[in-house]
Design a protein around this ligand. Structure first.
Ligand code: HEC
Length: 120
């Protein structure tokens, strides 16, 4: 094999490897987000994010206010969603560092974005 062919082969394998690593990182981040969502948010916002009707009834609020997939929440920036998670809103208490670490917020928001996409 010529040096050039070896160079091309090495370059292509490096690119494929880098792509695989990127896919792996994004899949594992989404998976982390799912686990956090299911342990901290699912009980009120439900498995697909639209809010639990029974809870809305108990809290005497309109279920739409708990719908994370509603247009107003699709329009929120990541920072705005993170602010609600940290500070809480209405009947929802905020989650501090000890419950959700800063480094996991992005993964959680990505998972919420995924719910927003699959519900439309
Ligand atoms: C104890 C129940 C409960 C839990 C647990 C909970 N939420 Fe909420 N959440 C609510 C309620 C109720 C509202 C509506 C508050 C209001 O508007 O009065 C809300 C509102 C929100 C909103 C704002 C929605 C909007 O339309 O402005 C976001 C974003 C949100 N929650 C994200 C989360 C995330 C992410 C988690 C998990 C880390 C979570 N919540 C956990 C009950 C909960």
């Amino acid at each position: 094999m010529s040096k050039f062919k070896i160079f091309v082969a090495l370059s292509i394998s490096t690119i494929i490897l880098a792509l695989l690593v990127l896919v792996w990182i994004s899949v594992s981040s989404l998976e982390r987000g799912r686990i956090i969502y299911e342990s901290g948010c699912n009980m009120c916002h439900g498995p697909v994010g639209v809010g639990r009707p029974d809870l809305a009834k108990d809290l005497e609020i309109d279920q739409i206010r708990m719908d994370l997939t509603a247009t107003r929440n699709i329009k929120k920036t990541d920072a705005e969603i993170i602010e609600v998670i940290r500070k809480g809103r209405g009947r929802m208490k905020g989650f501090d560092q000890s419950r959700i670490a800063d480094k996991n917020l992005k993964a959680l928001v990505s998972y919420i974005r995924k719910l927003q996409k699959s519900n439309k």
